[in-house]
Design a binder for this molecule. Structure first.
Ligand SMILES: Cc1ncc(COP(=O)(O)O)c(C=O)c1O
Length: 377
């Protein structure tokens, strides 16, 4: 059958599908290796909270029922935790869905959105999907946010300013005073979206996840997810926090049953499991420091991270090293995803996973250095 002459929307020409980290099974099949570790998607290496698993078990018998379209229990659990009203929360099929919903609710084709670069690609996806112009504002040479750069990009057409803190893939943060300056200087017709997906790992004193600015009445929406510290990436659940009015507008484009019943039950249990959150973030903080030391021993540069991943500067052989890591059963993300061709981004795993990464990486780095020496002799 031919596709006839049915034309997809013109905007599709500008869009490239999201390229996720390769799954473990795929590398096992490609390499024939049994032992494969995945340090590519910034997941929680400790797994989900046992309380979330119990909640899923209990919810299983009700699977013949549609999920709660309002996710009432989960919303009120989140609202209580953050000391906000239920109407200030929207629960979505991962943070990804929230980005699409906000884009659908707010962006006209004649609008512009501002996104940091390099950063999470879904913001650009949302803008392009709606046919808007995407304006990229580069981070500075140390991957820090540059407030004047951002403000200079604002025009009469700007609708949304996306900010990611800690930023994926650099791990750098927007400070509280930087956010304050941006919010004070922005025209009132610009909505700020602060993506705080990785907030639990940020330890710097001047970090803010943005919730306090919602309480202070600024036009800002904060994105959060259950995929990272809560270890629930597989069931797809995240949420947005903002004023009642903003949440109401986004709810108008939401599918009724966007978050499945198991995800709702798991997330409500996970948010109450403080011990699991504490252990998960502590693991990242300890291993982050240890990895810095080991990377220095290997003579590799890296960006200090406030998140559960590290951007490593490998140099000219980064593409080759990435491929060789895969061949040795270690999945990491190539920096080329963000145009950072000398880099790889590694997620922080368990101590054993990180040891395996270091073991393979150090062999590959030594190998590539001695090849280079021989060829220059
Ligand atoms: C910065 C950032 N925001 C949002 C998300 C979306 O997460 P999810 O859709 O799994 O909730 C991710 C996922 O990797 C991310 O890195």
């Amino acid at each position: 059958m031919s596709a006839g002459n049915v034309q997809p929307r013109v905007v599709l020409q500008n869009m490239t599908p999201y390229s996720p980290g390769k799954p473990i099974w795929e590398i096992q099949r490609e390499t024939g290796l049994k032992q494969v570790i995945k340090l590519a998607s910034n997941e929680n290496p400790l797994g989900p909270s046992s309380k979330a698993l119990e909640a899923i078990q209990t919810a299983l018998t009700d699977l013949h029922r549609y999920p709660d379209a309002q996710a009432a229990d989960l919303r009120s659990t989140i609202a209580k935790k953050l000391d906000l009203k239920n109407e200030q929360i929207i629960v979505t099929n991962g943070g990804d869905e929230l980005i699409t919903l906000v884009s659908e609710a707010y962006i006209e084709p004649s609008d512009e959105i501002i996104v940091p670069a390099p950063s999470f690609s879904e913001y650009e996806f949302g803008g392009l999907l709606m046919g808007a112009r995407v304006v990229k504002t580069p981070l500075n040479e140390n991957y820090q946010y540059d407030v004047s750069n951002i403000l200079n990009a604002v025009t009469e057409r700007t609708k949304i300013l996306f900010l990611c803190s800690p930023n994926n893939p650099t791990g750098t943060v927007l400070t509280k005073s930087q956010l304050q300056s941006i919010l004070d200087a922005l025209p009132k017709y610009v909505l700020v979206i602060l993506d705080s997906a990785y907030s639990h790992y940020a330890t710097s004193e001047d970090y803010t996840d943005g919730i306090e600015f919602i309480k202070a009445g600024y036009p800002i929406l904060v994105l959060k997810t259950f995929s990272k510290v809560y270890g629930l990436a597989g069931v797809r659940v995240g949420f947005g926090v903002a004023s009642q009015e903003i949440i109401h507008n986004i709810s108008r484009v939401k599918e009724p049953f966007n978050v499945n019943a198991l995800a709702q039950a798991a997330a409500a249990a996970a948010i109450g499991d403080d011990e699991h959150v504490r252990l998960s973030s502590q693991l990242v903080m300890e291993e982050r420091l240890r990895l810095y030391g080991e990377l220095q021993n290997l003579g590799l540069g890296y960006t200090e991270s406030m998140s559960n991943f590290i951007l490593i500067n490998i140099g000219t052989d980064a593409g080759l090293i990435h491929r060789k890591l895969l061949e040795n059963g270690v999945i990491v993300r190539p920096g080329a995803t963000w145009g950072l061709t000398s880099h790889v981004r590694i997620s922080i795993g368990t101590p054993e996973e990180n040891n395996r990464l270091l073991e393979v990486l150090s062999k590959l780095i030594q190998g590539s250095r001695s090849t280079r020496k021989t060829s220059s002799n």
